[in-house]
Design a protein around this ligand. Sequence first.
Ligand SMILES: NC(=O)c1ccc[n+]([C@@H]2O[C@H](COP(=O)([O-])OP(=O)(O)OC[C@H]3O[C@@H](n4cnc5c(N)ncnc54)[C@H](OP(=O)(O)O)[C@@H]3O)[C@@H](O)[C@H]2O)c1
Length: 202
Amino acid sequence: MKILIIGSSGTIGSQITEKLATSHEVIKANHQSGDVQIDISEPKSIEAAFEIVGKVDAIVCAAGNVAFNAFSELSREEWEVGLNSRLMGQVNLTQIGIQYLNDGGSITLTSGIIADYPIAYGTSAATLNGAIQHFVNAVALELPRDIRINVVSPTVVTESLPIYGDYFPGFNSIDAEDLAKYYLRSVLGIETGQTFKAFAGN
Ligand SMILES: NC(=O)c1ccc[n+]([C@@H]2O[C@H](COP(=O)([O-])OP(=O)(O)OC[C@H]3O[C@@H](n4cnc5c(N)ncnc54)[C@H](OP(=O)(O)O)[C@@H]3O)[C@@H](O)[C@H]2O)c1
């Protein structure tokens, strides 16, 4: 398979890339590095990246920014970070990406545990994670040519605890290597319209 991985240089994306690259052709797409650069918050950047990459069998998105702040402090600009990236970035990636997916291809997006278990400063993330999960559930019914779509909802990643750990008091973390398996299940399996909740035990 030819697989486009957006966010391949990241904590999560690098593990997905490592696992899939052993037996598939992987195209690495990051904001600033990789085989191709892409900014999912800009539809023109998504189109330009696919023009370079061409047809693929699978698209994986392990990227999508969102702002964390107390609800009373969340500015319009902070809401727009997540709206343009976490939500519409992944929606636009899907809408543009299906034009470049071969028959029977797949799309795998990323949300997060905050959709189910709210945390302080996480209202924007909770809202937009929930929205992307509902998007996947609905759009799966409309995708053409046997194209599948799923979303992985990770708990906090163990390797990210030094950065995000204080936001997730008492939460179980998941190692990036174990989390990557949920993405492989989406890419290589047959399921569609699903949210893979990578947080058993929370
Ligand atoms: N880590 C966690 O604990 C955790 C838990 C739940 C959900 N998530 C979500 O999972 C996703 C990946 O997390 P991570 O920890 O692996 O992130 P990370 O280590 O910060 O890596 C982010 C990746 O996304 C790329 N990227 C950043 N902005 C982008 C944009 N506008 N368009 C395209 N690519 C962009 C980066 O590319 P460059 O390196 O070129 O900047 C990098 O490859 C994020 O959406 C995050 O919110 C993470």
